[in-house]
Design a protein around this ligand. Structure first.
Ligand code: GLN
Ligand code: ZN
Length: 750
């Protein structure tokens, strides 16, 4: 049995790419130096695959920022504002991703159900689709120099078209022909370089597809197969391809990659419709997103079953790119071996793929050390907790009185002006602060010293916000390295990696904690900090918590219990925290559900029963026990939630803030149409860009919001936390924001 890997992490073992790129942004290193770092990372990855005897090695999975952006640049799927840039110049490439002067960046969106973000290509009536470089062929040449024949890989035309945003009344039909021609030209170019095979990544095939989509797929692949001769591989992942399977198998792909971790239905599709005899099956049986060791016995069984169904070769593969797991467990010094033994990151997963291929090829026994991992329980379950969850009744999920009534009570209690201003929680995490945290972590300063300094930061932050004249304050989250890890550290049932970094967007990385066992809370987590911040001011300071769904979605989850059970465990812990904050006289409590939308199943038919029903209820569970006068806020990031507005309203928060500026406030029409009841802080400027919004820009945006929503339910805030920005950006931005709110209050106060 042969092996294949669908992609590796590219930030580097020690986040080398992140650090180099950030230096490049600050003009501290040249483009050439950045390229050198990138090349080193690519060569290390190639070596890893080669050493493990992986038979099919991909290139093109590397990216300085994002692979969808790479494809957009490669085929010039870009709007007018980037027309005159040579986008293959590194500086300009980053300008598209991050914005420059008055040019807004492309929108960021979550990549399917992950916390990785891609950039949304844009087409307007100035766009001319054309190939601007040789794309991944350059990486093929680079590998060939090292003596390796590889398979270049690129985001496929179907997925690229489906992810593109169109302006000027244009649509897919206006560019599909031109785009396919350019893909053909790329593939011809590959043929001219004597490249034998090429992979097209078409993950969009796992989505719900319409007849039009199916026609589009056929249009694209008919054209491609008519015009090129090299072998083509079709890569899918994150689900099954039920809507298009019977079409896909009509084409003579060299190989098709199907996901058997998240797409178990793929198995039935093969059974029902058969499999093209000219096509190999790349069987995605190693979870590319989870960090647990693979159970070889089960996997080998799956592979053998597939071999019985497929006449051509079956290869063992990762289910998706390993971009979504950290680099290696070898970088973990602190976790005990009885924990670490259960983990497999990218390097270890490559070895698992190789080992499974070897076991099957040589008809070997599954090694004892793998069997042992699954033979005994990792810990003793908390039966009391599990009983409590079993015994929850519908009353536990209802907050009374009804929201309308609560909102009136809160208006009186908080006495805020119309268009109240607030922020999302975090303030800039300065170099000084990071240094302080590092010193504490390395035991160079005492706990007392650390806490004194954090308190000083909080005090400065409160006085800054008072000076800025913000209405509802925050403490700044200086004590938190990360909104999920911080809670994980204070809850039972978690373990932490030192270097388990994942790319989230661009150079921004996250280090998800691992849910190892049953989750409970021993002591209050945030009460002392929030009380201290509140003691410094007469204005309300928001208690700041992360909600259960977000804690779960941004952790590496267990694979031995359901998502629902795990989320309810976390919800009960956070509920205790909410109620303790209220007891400590905190009047406004924000429960961030930044990642709620993230794990919304790809297929609509799964939305409610496989996710939303329990996700929404877990928020109800957390917040149902507080007084009517306590105002519950929530916050959500980058998520096009136009289609789940009712569910979000059903979370029954009093106020929600969310990202809106980068998606042009499209969501407001939907809120209006759905008679959204929750008060709304539609993010009024984009904190992900270094641009400082002017007072006028903010006023214009607010005016737009005021035409759509009830004046009394509008809040004014940035679109996300400020931790990644600098004070030199935050202070003028917030000054303008408060000024804009004040000017509009004058116009609308009667
Ligand atoms: N309260 C968090 C912060 O301000 C929310 C972060 C987020 O939405 N990702 O940083
Ligand atoms: Zn956010």
């Amino acid at each position: 049995m042969e092996s294949v890997i669908l992609g590796l992490p590219r930030i580097g073992k020690n986040r080398e790419l992140k650090f180099a790129t950030e230096k490049f942004f600050k003009n501290e290193i040249s483009a050439q130096e950045s390229e050198n770092t990138a090349k080193t990372i690519r060569l290390i990855n190639l070596k890893l695959l080669k050493q493990n005897n992986i038979n099919n090695i991909h290139v093109g999975d590397f990216s300085f920022y994002d692979n969808v952006l790479d494809a957009a640049v490669l085929f010039n799927v870009l709007p007018q504002r980037f027309n005159n840039l040579d986008c293959n110049e590194l500086k300009n490439y980053f300008a598209i991703a991050r914005g420059v002067q008055e040019k807004a960046p492309l929108a960021l969106r979550k990549w399917f159900t992950t916390n990785y973000h891609y950039l949304v290509p844009e087409v307007d009536n100035t766009t001319i689709i054309k190939r601007t470089s040789e794309g991944p062929i350059k990486f093929y040449k680079e590998a060939l120099n090292e003596g390796l024949k590889t398979i270049p890989s690129v985001i496929g035309p179907f997925t690229l078209l489906k992810l593109t945003k169109f302006h000027d009344n244009l649509g897919i039909n206006n560019i599909k022909e031109a785009l396919v021609n350019e893909y053909v030209s790329l593939l011809k170019d590959a043929e001219n370089h004597l490249i034998a095979e090429f992979s097209l990544q078409e993950p969009y095939l796992v989505c719900d597809l319409s007849n039009e989509d199916i026609e589009l797929f056929n249009f694209i692949y008919n054209q491609i197969f008519q015009n090129v001769e090299l072998k083509l591989n079709l890569i899918t992942h994150f689900g099954d391809i039920r809507d298009i399977y019977s079409e896909v198998i009509k084409y003579d792909f060299n190989a098709i990659a199907l996901d058997f971790i998240e797409g178990s239905e793929n198995f039935n599709l093969i059974k029902t419709y058969g499999f093209n005899a000219n096509t190999k099956l790349w069987a995605g049986v190693i979870n590319g997103r989870g960090i647990w060791r693979n159970n070889y016995q089960l996997t080998i069984e799956t592979l053998k079953n597939l071999q019985n169904l497929v006449s051509n070769e079956v290869l063992v593969s990762t289910a998706c790119s390993l971009l979504h797991v950290p680099f290696t467990t070898a970088s973990e010094q602190k976790l005990p071996s009885n924990v670490l033994n259960h983990f497999a990151f990218a390097v270890e997963k490559v070895a698992e793929v190789a080992e499974i291929a070897n076991i099957i090829t040589n008809n070997l026994e599954v090694p004892v050390n793998n069997k042992e991992l699954f033979a005994t329980a990792r810990f003793t379950p908390n039966s009391k907790l599990n009983e409590k969850i079993q015994n929850l009744t519908s009353d536990d999920f209802v907050r009374l009185p009804l929201r309308k009534e609560r909102q009136a009570i809160q208006k009186k209690a908080l006495n805020l002006p119309i268009l109240p201003t607030t922020t999302i929680g975090s303030f800039p995490q300065t170099a000084e602060l990071r240094h302080l945290r590092k010193q504490f972590k390395n035991a160079q300063i005492s706990q007392v010293e650390y806490e004194t300094q954090i308190k000083q930061q909080i005090a400065d932050c409160i006085s800054l916000q008072e000076k800025l004249d913000i209405d509802v304050l925050v403490h700044g989250e200086f004590e938190r390295n990360d909104m999920v890890e911080y809670f994980g550290q204070n809850l039972n049932g978690y373990v932490f990696t030192e270097n388990g970094w994942l790319q989230s967007y661009g150079t921004r990385c996250v280090k998800p904690p691992v849910i190892w066992g049953d989750v409970t809370r021993n002591n209050p987590i945030t009460v002392a900090t929030s009380s201290y911040a509140q003691s410094l001011t007469s204005r309300p300071v928001k208690g700041m918590l992360t909600g259960p769904v977000t804690i779960y979605n941004w952790s590496f989850p267990r694979e031995d219990i359901s998502a629902k059970d795990s989320i309810y465990q976390i919800a009960l812990a956070i509920k205790e925290e909410v109620e303790d904050l209220e007891k400590a006289n905190i009047k406004v409590i924000q429960i961030d559900e930044a990642a709620l939308k993230e794990k919304l199943p790809i297929r609509k038919c799964d939305w409610h029963n496989k996710y939303l029903d329990f996700a929404v209820k877990s928020f109800n569970l957390v917040s149902s026990g507080v007084q009517p006068s306590t105002q519950i806020h929530t916050h959500m990031c980058y998520s096009d939630f136009t289609e789940i507005i009712k569910d979000i309203d059903n979370m029954d928060a009093d106020v929600i803030s969310f990202e809106a500026s980068r998606s042009s406030f499209e969501i407001l029409d939907r809120l209006e149409a759905e008679k959204f009841e929750t008060e709304v802080g539609a993010g009024i400027y984009d904190i992900h860009s270094p641009n400082i919004p002017s007072c006028n820009e903010i006023k214009n945006s607010l005016e737009k919001i005021i035409t759509k929503l009830d004046l009394n339910s509008i809040w004014v805030n940035p679109d996300c936390g400020l931790k990644t920005r600098q004070n030199s950006e935050v202070i003028p931005s917030l000054t303008n924001m408060v000024q804009a709110a004040k000017e509009l209050r004058k116009n609308y106060s009667n």
